[in-house]
Design a protein around this ligand. Structure first.
Ligand SMILES: [Zn+2]
Length: 294
């Protein structure tokens, strides 16, 4: 079964073990913080038929972007302005967008992501929630990059579904009117948009699925890791996800643990929807191909 959202770059040894057993499953391996993009790219080069890379900055890492910008702006002249490797490895250099484009050049099927909005998580260092304004700014940058580079995107959202809806609605009406305040050129529409481990309400999902330029491109990912922890909500949402929109994912770091996790979400979906497991797998695989347009 293909995995539409995972982070196997964080457990490379495990992935070698899994892939050494053969098989045909594909894994969308999503980078989250710039520093892990090199391992994502290395996996995609090593296993071109199995690993589809994704490059993004997760909302949990926005403070590293802010730190990188601060450091860069504190330097007065051009000579002092630093190159990537002289930045503290914990910061994300302001040149991250150029690097993202380089990876998108190298990998024609690469996804933009993971990125998104998170109103719940707390930064362990500052003991505060992640800067929301910066999250929105990064969201817009990555969304417009995905559109202009004609790539699918994988979106994280926790307790910010109304904000995601508002942004998507704004982009949708701009796409309809061909207005281009921040996206240039804006004639193309979204390739594919996965709301990964969707934890919002069925009402917000229904509204997203009605946006004229987006409705055919939006997919909804479910994982055991996130969605089976809030069964009540998942039970309400699952029957409202159109069959041709459903994706399955592990959202895990360890590909060996992901085997069991994928089976758990598959069994759950099959049981709730009363569709045989092999048909759910077929459906989810077909949807993933459409999402990526391979
Ligand atoms: Zn993730």
């Amino acid at each position: 079964m293909n995995d539409s959202h995972c982070h196997f770059q964080n457990c490379v040894e495990s992935l070698h073990t899994t892939l050494a057993r053969g098989g045909k499953e594909k894994y969308i391996v999503l980078g989250t913080n710039y520093h892990d993009w090199t391992s994502v790219a290395a996996l995609a080069r090593e296993y071109p038929n199995r690993v589809i890379p994704g490059f993004g900055i997760h909302p949990w890492f926005v403070n590293l972007v802010i730190a990188g910008e601060k450091f860069y702006n504190s330097k007065e002249n051009e000579a002092e302005k630093v190159s990537d490797h002289s930045l503290d490895h914990k910061m994300i250099p302001p040149t991250w967008l150029n690097t993202l484009h380089e990876y998108l050049d190298e990998f024609p099927t690469a996804v933009v992501g993971e990125f998104g909005l998170d109103k719940l998580a707390i930064d362990k260092e500052t003991k505060q929630k992640y800067n929301f304004e910066k999250q929105v700014e990064l969201f817009k940058t990555m969304y417009s990059t995905a559109i202009t580079r004609k790539r699918a995107m994988s979106i994280h959202c926790v307790k910010a579904h109304q904000q995601i809806f508002d942004l998507l609605q704004e982009f949708d009406s701009k796409a309809l009117s061909k207005e281009a305040p921040f996206i240039e050129p804006y004639s193309q529409t979204v390739k594919g948009l996965a709301l990964h481990s969707y934890s919002g309400s069925k009402e917000v999902l229904a509204r997203i699925l009605k946006l004229p330029t987006l409705k055919d491109k939006v997919y909804v990912g479910l994982s055991a890791f996130v969605n089976l922890r809030s069964l009540k909500k998942t039970q309400l949402v699952l029957p409202t996800i159109p069959g041709d929109k459903l994706l399955l994912e592990s959202d895990l770091n360890d590909s060996e643990e992901a085997i069991e996790s994928m089976q758990a979400i598959l069994s759950y979906v099959s049981e709730v929807l009363d569709i045989p497991q092999n048909q759910v797998v077929e459906l989810a695989n077909e949807n993933l191909e459409k999402f990526l347009s391979f």
